[in-house]
Design a binder for this molecule. Structure first.
Ligand SMILES: Nc1ncnc2c1ncn2[C@@H]1O[C@H](COP(=O)(O)OP(=O)(O)OP(=O)(O)O)[C@@H](O)[C@H]1O
Ligand SMILES: [Mg+2]
Length: 1134
């Protein structure tokens, strides 16, 4: 987006009329027209904004626009109402100056719209926050409410303000809005009862009927049809582009935001309805005996409904429309009203009711928007007053309105001139007097207290006797005849006698804005603004509280016979207050101009605009502004804008701005009479000079653009070059680093090769040295040996000679042994050193080899090689570690596994080793030993885990012959009795079946028999061939009892079974079993292991039962006969 820095940029026509050249009415209008055609509706005259009504919405009020104008200097951007609002707001906020914004122009010129734009701009730029936003919203929403009740469609404007409005917006020191006060001026109340053709009543009537819900209308006793109401003119009830129903919703919403309570809104609507009803009340004459006509209400329905609505007694109101009470000299008289008077009374009531309601609304809004804080406020006043009006038929209202505009024009002229003068004085510039039209004389004609028109009207109204509008006109004709701005056909001023444009019942005033013809009819009445007391009393009697509030004079207790002030008087007073108020503030002007009478866009009627330009005195305004100097600008801004025109000031001027401007203007050869130096501003006399400067600036800017372009391109190329250079340095650095790294690697590997060669060479040197040393030592030793030998021999000889004893020999022998031992020791040491040296060299060599390999094949094979080598080493170490294990099969020790991965192999190796060790062990056995072990093995098979005695027998060697019967002469007899080889000879106890006691016997076992013999004599008592033995029974416990059971029917069976006990039970039974296994001629002997078995003693079978005995039984098992059939053996607990 293009950024403007001055009003002078891209101007259409001229943005400030002060710069217009040549300055005349035509060029002025032409400038306005060309700007209007380009949608530039705002133009400045210095600080005054001229606003043309575009009659269409332009995209120049967006939030972006607000931001654009925010905090910018007035002349910085193209003319806009926002620039004026911003200037006013900032000087209010920053310089603490109260402001007023005076918006003038004729009806339809856009004053109300302008005032709303100013308010919305200020609302947008001032502070934010919940409370502040609420205040803003209330201030803004007061507009729709007042417009609904105070605006109407007229011929000139579809939304014409029919009242004057001045709103003071109050701000705190930060510039945040606090609240506001609204003053209203003279509502055009005649509109309530009658509207000119093509115009409408106030908007609210139409909005209510169109927008209210059926329910509301029913409550208000209203009908939606406009035609049912006399006060609503029919011909223009619907206005194009106006949606009354939607507006009604907006108004209701606005009332709610402003703070109206629901019952207040309802009361207001009831009064609006009451006005409509009032208009429908009609009267008929009724003849009285005295010949006069008396008015009567024609159809009482509307009257009744209105009374119901307001809570008024119908008869009271009805009477007030037929009679009038006149009070004179403390007497009350009742006179009848004729029909015309009744209509007059009705309309007066309607007008009063409506205008009082309007004033009440303003007061109520003020109550809501009033600033809460008591601190001093800064104030911004916005004046939107009805514009100057020239109708065909102008009455009292127009007279009043135009008087107000006249006053505003006066204050405008005064303040503009004063401001201009003040600026000249402030800037120390010589002031030249300006001739302009001062309308004070017209104001005087109207408001002069002695002979002003308003004063005379009041005088006429208060005068006793017959007072009519004609008597008033006569009075004017007499008194104002000589006044140069007053014109009347019947005045003494002869020049109007023949002026046919001046009717007899009219007078004409030459206002500053043009001549206006006023018809005097109604002046007196309107000024009196009388309402019959009966009516106000009737209204006061209403139960409707708002109604009572509006007619306080109806209170019978406060009857005031004094006439109320006239309308003219009141208006003059309020205008006086307003003017005083405005004079205390810093004025800002918006002068609205209407481009055409048709209320349409794009049409610019020269004559109409010209007329407005004239009566608004805009040309005079320009002249005043240009008196002496057309253009002024602070030195800083001037220097900033034109500094490129002079080499000294471009690009920077270091000194004071004023000197810079002086240098600049001299350099540009501007004639000295064309400008003047103020204190802070430069004043330029002729706009042409300014335009010449502008022209030169434009040309210069093009050169500057080229320069900037050139410098930018240079900068861009240089930046690019520097970037390339920087990149090149980085690349070079990286490359050098890479090359140096390569070189370093080469040097390193070379030095490693050299290092290894040197180390090899050094090692060889050491080896050579060592060998040399060894040879030296050997030589020394040999020499020493010879020497010692010589010595020894000499000694020996000496000893031989001297002692020749054994001791000498032994000494020599000892020496010789010592020498030999030392020699041997030396040799061993040498050998060890050599081995060590060789190992070192070997290690170096291996290291070198490995490093070489590593270097070459690091990536491919080194890892694998190192791994294999390491594994080899580990395995070697591991296997060598196993060497310490003993060969004893009993040895259970086995080194711990050194590495987890060897676990499987470790265990397997242990198993294999053990097997091998056992095999080795077995290999050493002799045949006898083998037989013993076989027996042990058999014993294990028979008894292991079956008999508790077994474990204790394992470690006992099976000796067999415990008695040594062959050697012992005691058993010689027995030995000879047993022919076969004795396999086992032992002492056993034979259990006596009668008492269970044991008697000792010798027990012998051969391959074919077992023998029991007497212990003392060695006499054989019993010899049983083994084939007769059926089975052997033993218990499971740790006792030594066993029963030898004989086969039934065998030769030995008659002797019965044997119950014996032995310390070598396991061996005896094993041997018996073994004989059974090896002998081919007999069956296997059954071995029955159980704790209960039967034994055949001769005829009887006795059960032998083994029980776990307590500790009392001692350490050995004891057998006891329990009964004939039971022998109980108690075995000690293990
Ligand atoms: N700046 C604007 N942009 C668009 N339309 C505008 C602008 N100003 C005025 N108008 C149009 O012109 C109409 C009349 O404007 P406005 O009511 O402000 O006139 P006024 O000067 O207040 O008249 P009156 O004295 O009768 O109240 C508006 O309803 C609107 O349609
Ligand atoms: Mg208006």
């Amino acid at each position: 987006m293009e950024v403007k820095t001055s009003l002078l940029d891209n101007m259409i026509g001229v943005g400030d009329m002060v710069l217009l050249e040549p300055l005349n009415e035509d060029s002025f209008i032409e400038n306005l027209r060309s700007r209007f055609d380009h949608n530039e509706i705002y133009t400045y005259i210095g600080s005054v904004v001229i606003s043309m009504n575009p009659y269409r919405s332009l995209p120049i009020y967006t939030p972006q626009k607000v931001e654009e104008y925010r905090n910018r200097n007035f002349y910085e951007l193209s003319p806009h109402i926002y620039a004026l609002a911003d200037e006013a707001y900032r000087s209010l906020r920053d310089q603490d100056k109260d402001q007023c914004i005076l918006i003038t122009g004729e009806s339809g010129a856009g004053k109300t719209e302008a005032s709303k734009l100013v308010m919305s701009y200020v609302a947008a730029v001032c502070g934010k926050g919940q409370e502040v936003n609420k205040v803003k919203e209330q201030l803004l929403q007061s507009n729709p409410v007042l417009e609904a009740f105070g605006n109407a469609k007229t011929m000139r404007n579809d939304n014409s303000s029919r009242f004057g409005k001045y709103m003071d917006i109050e701000f705190d020191f930060k510039g945040d809005p606090l609240g506001g006060v609204i003053s209203n001026y003279l509502l055009e109340k005649s509109r309530v009862c009658k509207q000119p053709r093509g115009e409408r009543n106030f908007h609210i009537f139409y909005q209510l009927l169109s927008g209210a819900s059926d329910d509301t209308l029913l409550k208000l006793k209203l009908d939606r049809d406009f035609s049912k109401y006399n006060y609503l003119s029919l011909d223009s009830a619907n206005v194009n582009g106006l949606d009354d129903a939607a507006s009604f919703r907006t108004v209701r919403n606005a009332m709610q935001i402003v703070g109206f309570m629901e019952d207040e809104v309802q009361s207001v609507l009831e009064l609006v309805a009451a006005v409509l009803k009032l208009g429908n009340i009609e009267f008929k004459p009724e003849s009285r005996v005295n010949g006069f006509d008396e008015s009567r209400v024609k159809d009482k329905n509307d009257l009744k409904e209105m009374c119901e609505l307001l809570g008024i007694e119908q008869s009271v109101l009805e009477r007030a429309f037929s009679y009038r009470t006149v009070e004179a000299k403390m007497e009350k008289m009742s006179t009848t009203l004729n029909v015309a008077q009744a209509y007059y009374a009705r309309d007066a009531l309607a007008k009063n009711l409506y205008s009082r309601l309007f004033s009440w609304l303003v007061t109520r809004i003020n109550e809501s928007i009033k600033a809460q804080a008591k601190t001093r406020h800064k104030v911004m006043g916005v004046l939107d007053i009805y514009g100057f009006e020239i109708f065909e038929d102008n009455s009292f209202e127009q007279f009043i309105i135009n008087y107000c505009n006249e006053k505003l024009q006066q204050i405008f002229i005064e303040l503009t001139l004063r401001e201009e003068q003040e600026e000249y004085i402030r800037e120390d510039i010589e002031w030249t007097n300006i001739v302009y039209f001062n309308n004070a004389v017209i104001c005087d004609l109207i408001e002069n207290n002695q002979n002003g028109i308003l004063a005379m009207l009041d005088e006429e109204c208060l005068r006793p006797g017959t007072v009519t509008d004609d008597t008033f006109l006569d009075k004017l004709n007499t008194i104002c005849a000589e006044h140069q701005h007053f014109e009347s056909r019947l005045s003494k001023n002869s020049k109007f006698l023949t002026d046919h444009s001046l009717p007899h019942s009219c007078f004409r005033i030459q206002h500053y804005a043009g001549k206006v013809l006023y018809r005097v009819e109604g002046f007196v009445d309107k000024n009196n603004d009388l309402l019959y007391r009966d009516l106000s009393q009737a209204m006061y009697k209403a139960t409707h509280s708002l109604m009572r509030q509006l007619f306080p004079e109806g209170n019978p207790a406060k009857v005031n016979l004094k006439r109320p002030p006239t309308a003219g008087f009141q208006f003059k007073a309020s205008v006086g207050v307003l003017m005083k108020n405005l004079q205390t503030k810093n004025p800002n002007y918006i002068r609205c101009i209407k481009p055409n009478d048709k209320k349409v866009a794009h049409i610019f009627t020269d004559s109409l605009v010209c007329h407005q330009v004239r009566y608004l005195g805009l040309m005079e305004n320009v002249r005043v502004r240009r008196a002496g100097y057309a253009f002024r600008q602070p030195y800083e801004s001037c220097l900033k804008r034109y500094k490129m025109l002079c080499k000294t000031t471009w690009p920077q001027w270091r000194g004071p701005a004023r000197d810079g401007v002086a240098v600049l203007l001299t350099d540009c050869s501007v004639p000295t009479e064309e400008f003047a130096y103020g204190r802070s501003k430069i004043f330029i006399r002729n706009p042409r000079t300014l335009f010449t400067l502008e022209e030169r600036r434009r040309a210069c800017l093009e050169d500057l653009a080229t320069l900037i372009q050139k410098i930018y391109r240079g900068w861009k190329s240089r930046t690019h070059f520097l970037l390339l250079k920087k990149s090149q340095v980085v690349v070079a650095a990286w490359y050098r680093r890479y090359a140096q790294q390569n070189k370093y690697q080469k040097i390193k590997s070379a030095s490693l090769v050299m290092q290894s060669f040197i180390r090899g060479w050094k090692a060889r040197n050491i080896l050579r040295q060592l060998k040399y040393e060894k040879r030296c030592k050997e030589a020394v030793t040999t020499i020493a040996a010879y020497w010692h030998g010589t010595q020894a021999r000499m000694e020996l000889r000496r000893l031989k000679t001297e002692a020749q004893n054994k001791r000498a020999v032994s000494v020599i022998w000892a020496y010789w042994q010592g020498t030999k031992a030392r020699r041997e020791l030396r040799r061993l040491k040498e050998e060890a050193r050599c081995k060590h040296a060789v190992a070192i060299i070997w290690a170096y060599w291996l290291g070198l080899q490995v490093r070489r390999d590593y270097r070459k094949f690091f990536r491919a094979n080194a890892g694998k090689k190192i791994y294999n080598f390491t594994i080899q080493r580990i395995m070697q170490k591991y296997f060598l570690g196993l060497k310490t294990t003993t060969m004893s099969p009993m040895d259970n020790t086995w080194p711990a596994k050194p590495y987890g991965f060897l676990e499987g192999a470790h265990t397997e190796l242990r198993r294999i080793f053990h097997l091998w060790r056992c095999k080795k062990y077995r290999g050493q056995f002799t045949e006898e030993k083998k037989a013993v072990y076989e027996e042990k093995l058999e014993a294990s098979e028979i008894f292991k885990d079956k008999k508790a005695l077994y474990p204790s027998s394992v470690s006992q060697p099976f000796k067999g012959d415990y008695l040594e019967i062959q050697k012992n002469p005691k058993y010689q007899k027995l030995n000879s009795a047993v022919e076969e080889k004795v396999l086992l000879a032992d002492l056993v106890n034979k259990i006596n079946r009668a008492n269970g006691k044991g008697s000792p016997r010798l027990f012998l076992l051969t391959k074919s028999n077992f023998v029991l013999a007497d212990q003392k004599t060695g006499q054989v008592k019993t010899s049983v061939p083994l084939p007769d033995l059926a089975s052997v029974s033993v218990s499971t416990q740790s006792d030594g009892f066993f029963a030898l059971k004989l086969k039934e029917g065998s030769a030995s069976a008659s002797k019965g079974d044997f119950l014996l006990s032995s310390d070598h039970l396991i061996e005896i039974i094993t041997k018996l079993h073994r004989i059974g296994t090896t002998a081919a001629d007999r069956d296997q002997i059954n071995i029955d292991i159980s704790d209960e078995f039967l034994v055949q003693f001769k005829q009887d079978k006795v059960c032998v039962k083994f029980i776990q005995g307590g500790p009392k039984n001692g350490n050995s098992a004891a057998c006891k006969r329990k009964n004939n059939r039971l022998l109980e053996v108690s075995v000690p607990s293990p």
